[in-house]
Design a protein around this ligand. Structure first.
Ligand code: AMP
Ligand code: MG
Length: 391
């Protein structure tokens, strides 16, 4: 049995970043950049008018003669002298000899003359060349998570594809003779199967959407076979249940038969003690305890960082925050505790129902308060840490 911090470290050390692929821009949302991106152009590439109005060479004069027009997308090589103006529109190229754009709302037009009733500052309403980004300047860094704005920014620099880290192919395998699909009629001794959908949506929050789901009964043969099948297709196997010490817990043996190499088994924590982490070359396998709250806790603390590392994230763990303990918290278990809690406004409330089978409290929590195994008692008001579940 190992401690929480060692389990976290072993996962960080044993999980490698996924392969890189060049991908067209419209398929890159929520992926992580695998390369620094430098701008191939100055943006904007020319001096642009930021408003509809008149480009002038500013002077004390308020009256200017309009000598031409610069329409957006149609640059005209117009020279202007002092006391001359060019009609101009937002996004149009400002003539080289002009230094200011006066907005049309501040102008009175008479024939081909304008009278400015509010003179702007020199250089007003002109976007400078490279104002947003200069040619060869780093636009986005490796590790950047691509959002909608990033896609627009990249497209605006003329980039139509970037290198990203592939997302891992993940499958969920549930084990248990007692499990029945939600929606079906419950039979004696059976319970509804809830882990697969819960883990699936947790993966969805990490933007992993294509997930294989397999359900097996508690037999060594079936467990072996499903693991064998999944190892052919998936980078990450999340197995639920069957990893404890019961007579019908076959997952560990089935993994051994499939030559999965154990990195650790059992963590000194509550909930989630029978957590298993193993590898086969670059494939990783987590066997999560079947108890739903244990399963989800282990997902947040161990599986999530592993997946984020694979996807190229630089911050892989849930954010840890500090808060004052709201009450005395004795810890006579000798284990590290992850307590379901509700945090906000610099306060935290430990919720009723901490048993590993209970999701009722988890459903109302946005934090996991962490108490280390060495900490026998936390006094009220002492600073404690929690994992923020808002990610
Ligand atoms: P196990 O880890 O297989 O010993 O299961 C521990 C507890 O979790 C048992 O009460 C199981 O019935 C329950 N359990 C296991 N798998 C699931 C699941 N997929 N959905 C809901 N409960 C489960
Ligand atoms: Mg079981």
């Amino acid at each position: 049995m190992i401690e929480v911090k060692d389990a976290i470290k072993l996962i960080e050390e044993n999980v490698s970043v996924s392969d890189i692929k060049k991908t067209e821009l419209n398929r890159c949302l929520n992926y992580v950049l695998a390369d620094d991106i430098k701008s191939p152009i100055h943006l904007p590439p020319f001096r642009q008018s930021a408003m509809d109005g008149y480009a002038i060479k500013i002077s004390d004069s308020k009256v200017y003669k309009v000598v031409g027009e610069s329409k957006t997308g149609h640059p005209a090589p117009i020279q202007i002298n002092e006391d001359e103006a060019v009609r101009i529109f937002t996004g149009a190229q400002v003539p080289d000899t002009a230094d200011t754009v006066v907005i049309q709302e501040h102008v009175e037009v008479n024939d081909n003359k304008i009278t400015i009733h509010k003179l702007p500052e020199k250089k007003a309403n002109i976007r400078k060349v490279g104002e947003q980004i200069k040619k060869n300047e780093v636009a986005l860094l490796k590790g950047h998570v691509i959002n909608e704005a990033s896609i627009g920014f990249l497209a605006g620099m003329g980039i139509d594809g970037v290198k990203i880290y592939k997302k891992p192919r993940v499958c969920i395998i549930t084990t248990g003779d007692e499990l029945i699909e939600p929606g079906k009629k419950l039979k004696p001794g059976k319970i509804y199967e809830s882990n697969s959908i819960m883990l699936k949506v947790a993966l969805k929050r990490l933007k992993i959407t294509k997930v294989g789901i397999f359900k097996v009964k508690d037999t060594l043969e079936k467990t072996k076979d499903v693991i064998k099948k999944c190892l052919k297709k998936y980078d990450v196997l999340l197995i639920s249940g069957g990893i404890s010490v019961g007579d019908y817990d076959y997952v560990k043996e089935a993994m051994e038969v499939n030559n999965i190499h154990e990195i650790f088994y059992k963590v000194n924590q509550k909930p989630g003690k029978p957590l298993y982490f193993g590898k086969k070359k670059n494939q990783v396998v987590f066997a999560l305890p079947g108890n739903p709250a244990s399963s989800l806790t282990c997902f947040y603390i161990y599986v999530l960082p592993a997946l984020r590392k694979m996807m190229g994230y630089s911050n892989i763990h849930l954010t840890k925050k500090k808060v004052k303990a709201p009450e005395e918290i004795p810890n006579n278990t000798g284990k590290s505790l992850f307590l379901k809690a509700s945090a906000g406004n610099n306060k935290i409330k430990i919720l009723e129902g901490q048993s590993s089978s209970i999701l009722k409290s988890f459903a109302h929590s946005n934090a996991l308060l962490y108490i280390s195994s060495e900490n026998k008692i936390v006094r009220k008001g002492e600073i404690v840490e929690y994992f923020d579940l808002n990610f």
